[in-house]
Design a protein around this ligand. Structure first.
Ligand code: SF4
Length: 431
């Protein structure tokens, strides 16, 4: 386990070509973090809304503070500081999603001077800011649900995350993606007393976006997403169910925001329907590249669509959306799940890099999230992959992206150290 000094040493000796910010970000995401009561004493910040998954390393019932913690943290060292000022190395502002883990070596605390700090194994690594409450969170709406339940803001306010279906019809361990806690999250949130509406009303979504458009200058994009619909949902198939949301929005609303949709790999004609409905960015997530692991880790997707079909649909969808607007996600690190995936990190990185090469050679730029082994999922008992896996993956990601001279994926805000707001991996921080 690292302390601040050994983390800096690892960076300087083996990964100096990456920003230290990316090293810290990946390690915090990989291991999670916890908060002391003193750190949470100032209540005026944007709380974690549990917008689709828990992204926690322990059950909510064992995390008494889960309704009081921030959505993200932004770590930094004051401009004039560095090692001489009590920090191991200088850090530009870096946004990191909050994943609770009471056993993590990362702890957010309040120092004697009143500043909030991120500790690693008891040593101060950075100062910490919590996200501001978006202005629209203070407004009144016609519906009787908290706005964070209907249209939560993440990525420091940049992205409105619209999980319109909070379950998945891939159900149970023989169908659910083995890393995914969407159905478990829904059950846990209900037990904890949140409204956690299963299917959102399109009228509520439209009302929320109109108020956001009128009052908020930080939010630039929205994502419509949710679980897969393999049969019918409210009498609609998956295409008609999901497209009812963008179809309910005015043209002005779709002009105001970058509209993104995270759904399954659809056939080309259905992708064209999505474009007609106003969807600009398409995320048909392929989750894991290796063919055998896809079958094991995504059994529902394998059975209903199949890996080869999934990949060929992703490639075909570029004809409709334009390659740069097709951004399939993979769950970085799940290919190293204990007892299922690669035990050798170099083999894991090589496999995933093969997928990156495949898509990027066609102008399609995947993104990745950092796998969080969530309790209740079949892979939830696994240890997270080593930090060095993530750093090697980031290095390859950037190298392949440069090799094909690809653009920064749209819909993620600015890229680069000190600017990126994408909070669940450091891919935007290194571009
Ligand atoms: S398709 Fe897989 S990853 Fe997506 S919600 Fe369903 S179980 Fe989760």
């Amino acid at each position: 386990m690292h302390n601040a000094q050994s983390l800096v040493k690892l960076w300087r000796h083996e990964f100096a070509d990456l920003p230290f910010e990316a090293v810290v970000k990946q390690d915090v995401l990989r291991q999670g973090l916890s908060f002391t009561p003193a750190a949470l004493a100032d209540a005026d910040f944007k709380k974690k809304d549990y917008f689709i998954f828990t992204f926690d390393r322990a059950p909510l019932s064992s995390l008494p503070d889960h309704k009081r913690v921030p959505e993200e943290i932004r770590i930094f060292t004051p401009a004039e500081s560095g090692a001489a000022q009590g920090f191991a190395a200088a850090l530009q502002p870096t946004v990191i999603s909050v994943r609770l883990n009471p056993d993590s070596p990362y702890v957010v605390d309040r120092g004697a001077d009143g500043n909030i700090v991120l500790l690693l194994s008891g040593e101060a690594l950075a100062q910490v800011l919590f996200p501001p409450v978006p202005e629209y969170y203070r407004q009144q709406f016609s519906f009787d649900k908290p706005i964070g339940e209907v249209a939560p803001a993440i990525e420091w306010g940049y992205l409105i995350y619209l999980t319109v279906f909070r379950n998945c019809q891939y159900f149970g361990k023989d169908e659910e993606c083995q890393f995914c806690d969407i159905n478990h999250n829904w059950r846990q949130q209900k037990r904890e007393g949140r409204p956690y509406t299963g299917v959102k009303d399109p009228a509520h979504i439209v009302e929320a976006l109109e108020k956001i458009a009128a009052s908020d200058s930080v939010a630039k994009a929205f994502t419509i997403t949710g679980g897969s619909v393999t049969g019918k949902l409210q009498g609609k198939d998956e295409i008609e169910f999901y497209l009812q949301y963008p179809r309910a929005m005015s043209a002005a609303l779709k002009e105001r925001f970058i509209s993104k949709m995270v759904i399954q790999a659809w056939e080309l004609d259905d992708c064209k329907k999505a474009i007609d409905a106003g969807v600009r960015i398409y995320h048909p997530n392929y989750e894991v590249w290796d063919a055998d692991l896809f079958k094991k880790i995504c059994p529902g997707k394998e059975r209903f669509i199949g890996r080869e079909n999934w990949i060929s649909r992703v490639v075909a969808s570029a004809e409709a959306f334009g390659a740069m607007n097709v951004i399939p996600n993979f769950v970085g690190g799940v290919e190293m799940a204990d007892g299922v995936g690669f035990s050798d990190e170099d083999q894991a990185v090589a496999s995933t890099s093969e997928g990156l090469e495949f898509f990027m050679s066609k102008g399609i730029v995947p993104r990745f999230t950092t796998w969080c082994p969530e309790p209740f999922t079949p892979l939830g008992e696994s240890a997270p992959p080593p930090l060095t896996y993530y750093l090697k993956l980031l290095r390859n990601y950037r190298a392949i992206h440069r090799k094909y001279q690809l653009p920064v994926p749209p819909g993620y805000g600015e890229a680069g150290v000190g600017k990126a707001v994408f909070s669940v991996s450091a891919f935007m921080d290194v571009l």
